[in-house]
Write a protein that binds this ligand. Structure first.
Ligand code: MN
Length: 309
């Protein structure tokens, strides 16, 4: 038996005469847990490993920190990357093997450069009670600095610029006439956008690719919604980004020149070869001087050898 096609086969509202114009690639994140806290990992994903030098992004919370439970990550190692921590709500304590001990609050940037090796812990229990909400990102270091000395920076205030219906805070790199003092080993940018409802046109660099993470609220790029669970990806060659904000929104725009080298990422290491990862992991597992010690009450984190070792 055949035809006719009925309304049950193809509901009229499922097909519009006007095709949806999706001016952004929406990459779905995945739910994960870090340090006892729910996160949404939007980078790396199978279809998108890097955005410029940005190679990792965990949207943390919002979730609650109590007297006995919060986001608590014991000492663990890193190589070849920078960690950038940015909070929307709450506070977190960073400690590292350089002796740094730094509380971070909303509007501030913690930027740790691992280079050849560093270890750090991050904790909220006993530091903060109430809502915790933020994002942690990694930046892959280029070959010129990735074997260098580790370092840590805290930026208590960052430069801002006015945009349509809101304010841009520049974490890393330059945006409009605001330039962040944060260390930058490659050509990349990160900007928080606090936007009120309305249409905003944001200037972009044609040489950069971009990712848009929605920390709060909701936005549309073209006809396409980007929500808290995903990353909106924009390829190179754009002069501007038009976003329509439906309810007050906090966005994080990351971008940069496409990273020129393939990365090998395993556990907390960003490298180029399996041998480099194996050597770093042996140094951490054997507790050698390469990563140093972190003065934290939390237990250090160890994991099994990489699958190829
Ligand atoms: Mn870490």
């Amino acid at each position: 038996m055949s035809g006719p096609v009925t309304i049950r086969d193809a509901a009229p509202d499922a097909q519009s005469d006007e095709p949806q114009v999706c001016d952004v690639e929406v990459i779905d994140g995945r739910d994960a847990e870090v340090g006892g806290f729910a996160v949404r990992r939007v980078l790396p994903r199978r279809q998108r490993r890097t955005v410029g030098a940005w190679c990792f992004a965990d949207h943390m919370g919002p979730g609650s920190t109590t007297a006995t439970h919060g986001l608590d990550i014991g000492p663990h190692p890193h190589i070849g990357l920078q960690t950038a921590t940015w909070l929307v709500q709450g506070a977190m304590l960073h400690r590292d093997s350089l002796g740094s001990e730094q509380i971070i609050r909303p509007g501030q940037l913690n930027l740790m450069t691992a280079g050849h090796g560093v270890a750090h812990s991050e904790e909220t229990t006993g530091v903060h009670r109430g809502s915790l909400h933020g994002i942690q990102l990694w930046v892959a270091q280029p070959s010129t600095t990735r074997d260098g000395e580790p370092a840590f920076e805290h930026h208590a205030t960052l430069p801002q610029a006015a945009v349509d219906h809101g304010v841009a805070t520049v974490l890393v790199g330059a945006f409009l006439d605001a330039v962040s003092p944060a260390r930058r080993d490659t050509d990349h940018v990160a900007v928080e956008l606090a936007l009120e409802p309305g249409a905003s046109i944001l200037p972009l660099d044609r040489a950069y690719e971009y990712g848009l993470a929605v920390l709060d609220g909701s936005v549309k790029v073209g006809d396409c919604p980007v929500d808290r669970r995903s990353l909106g990806y924009l390829g190179v060659g754009r002069d501007e980004l038009a976003v329509e904000v439906v309810e007050p929104a906090t966005l994080l725009l990351i971008g940069g020149r496409p990273f020129p080298e393939p990365l090998l990422m395993w556990w907390n290491y960003v490298a180029r070869t399996q041998e480099e990862v194996t050597a770093a992991h042996r140094a951490w597992t054997d507790r050698t001087e390469r990563f140093g010690a972190v003065s934290s009450a939390l237990a250090p984190i160890f994991t099994a050898d990489p699958p190829w070792a």
